[in-house]
Design a protein around this ligand. Structure first.
Ligand SMILES: [Zn+2]
Ligand SMILES: [Zn+2]
Length: 480
């Protein structure tokens, strides 16, 4: 390994306690989307102390921030998340479902590790830039509301990502691998209908039912489903049925819609059709409605050039290793959910030859923690889920890795994840992710040709142009 990378990795090791301490604090804070006040404040404080220039509340989002070091180009962005999920409070390192705070929140998606690992990368890159005295800038982006709020998409609307030469990030998973392929775009809109209450038997003619409007809207969308492309999906939840008294004509009712497609431009068009169905439902029931835009995010644009750089560095650095106790804990945790033997990872799910390779690696590994690097897959891959990393990827070449932080097959957004995310297994994932991202970034700073190639690929893949799913006047909100 070149001495520049070695120095960056040593700088991360030297700050190991700072990084894992932040991961543990964020785990404990477990703040929900767009309410990450303590988490964002902690990052700002630590990054300032580590020599970064911090700008708080960027793009009008209170818990979004940037932390910059260096000057000139290349300009590389490192993306961090730190929001938790409701109802998932859980004791760390436990093998049973045990709430830490009754009814509290928990880091079921490992974003406490995600942010800390991204910070580790930024610390390593800063050490490289400082030592090399070469031009170059790193910006650590604090991106709130990944689980709801899609801050990165709001930041994309404001053009934040456009100035970057590349963006790198990671996500805790059950596999060590380079992520590739696309995902669904997704737009969330809430429709709140208002009618007139009255006695359902005594004066039905005086009532106007908001619940009827919601039901008719849902039927309208049901018919729409026959006339949309196969790649689109529409989901909904009735978030307010107007009360629990059938003998009252419901004066209010709300429904939350989620429109998905693997093309953001199609999702935007489809969403407009759902709006018109809401208008129709209001007309039919003589009610009114308020449309509340919640959030939107784009599909992901893959970048094989950057993925290759990440893979080379991941392969050179290897993967985290575990003590016997850690293996024993993860092996036992894997017995608490179904599917712990399923082959996981993007390579295994998309290519039968690579799947066999992964199967053999798992067999040799012999434990629930996947202590090996999955082979690089660069064919077409698609995940039906959504991420606001997509909006970044439409505006600058973007790539990400997964680092094993959970046992194989561990379900997303589960208490098992929360349990693991608060242990040394989680710490190892965060620190390791930081090292791989920093090492890959150093290659990009040192070889402008790589960035040029990544840009060329990005331009081909995004030639239709970015359709931002966030309206010009929208502000991040939480659905009520
Ligand atoms: Zn999640
Ligand atoms: Zn996540």
């Amino acid at each position: 390994m070149i001495p520049e990378k070695q120095a960056a990795i040593e700088a991360i090791e030297a700050k190991r306690d700072v990084i894992t301490d932040v991961a543990d604090h964020i785990w404990e804070y477990a703040e929900l989307s767009l309410q990450e006040e303590k988490s964002a404040a902690l990052y700002c404080e630590v990054l300032e102390r580590e020599g970064f220039q911090v700008e708080k509340g960027i793009c009008g989002i209170e818990t979004a921030f940037s932390a910059t070091y260096g000057s000139g180009r290349p300009l590389i962005g490192i993306l961090a998340e730190y929001d938790a999920l409701s109802g998932l409070s859980q004791k760390a390192g436990s093998l049973i479902r045990e709430e830490l705070v009754p009814g509290g929140c928990g880091h079921g998606c490992g974003h406490n590790l995600l942010g800390a690992g991204a910070m580790a990368a930024a610390i390593g890159i800063r050490a490289y830039l400082k030592q090399s005295k070469m031009p170059g800038t790193v910006i650590f982006y604090g991106c709130p509301g990944e689980e709801g709020g899609a801050a990165k998409a709001f930041m994309a609307r404001d053009g934040v990502w456009r100035k970057l030469d590349a963006a790198l990030t990671w996500h805790p998973e059950d596999m060590n691998e380079v992520e590739t392929g696309s995902s669904n775009s997704c737009i969330q809109v809430q429709y709140k209908f208002t009618g007139v209450a009255s006695h359902a038997a005594g004066a039905p003619e005086k009532g106007r039912s908001a619940l009827d409007a919601v039901e008719l809207m849902n039927i309208g969308v049901q018919f729409l489903r026959e006339h949309m492309s196969d790649r689109a999906r529409i989901h909904y939840a009735i978030t307010d049925a107007g009360g629990c008294s059938p003998n009252v004509v419901q004066p209010r009712a709300s429904v939350l819609y989620m429109v998905r497609s693997n093309h953001v431009s199609e999702a935007v068009e489809l969403q407009a059709r759902v709006d018109r169905i809401a208008e129709g439902a209001a007309l039919m029931t003589d009610t009114t409605f308020e449309r509340k835009f919640i959030d939107g995010l784009a599909d992901t644009v893959t970048n094989h050039t950057l993925e290759n750089v990440l893979y080379e560095n991941f392969a050179a650095l290897g993967v985290p290793s575990y003590t016997e106790e850690e293996h024993a804990y993860a092996d036992a945790l894997a017995k608490t959910y179904p599917g712990s033997d399923a082959l996981s990872g993007v390579a295994a799910n998309n290519d039968p030859v690579l799947a066999e390779e992964v199967r053999q690696m798992r067999e040799q590994n012999g434990h629930a923690m996947n202590a090996f690097l999955a082979p690089l897959y660069q064919g077409d891959a698609f995940k039906a889920g959504s991420t606001d990393v997509g909006d970044v990827s439409w505006l600058t070449p973007t790539a990400q890795i997964h680092v094993a932080a959970w046992p194989n097959g561990c379900p997303g957004h589960s208490w098992q994840n929360v349990s693991c995310d608060g242990t040394e297994i989680g710490h190892k994932a965060a620190v390791h992710a930081g090292k791989v991202l920093a090492a890959a970034a150093i290659d990009l700073y040192r070889n402008p040709e790589l960035l040029k190639e990544a840009r060329k690929e990005y331009e081909i893949r995004t030639k239709e142009g970015y359709t931002c799913p966030i309206p010009a006047d929208a502000v991040p909100v939480i659905p009520d």
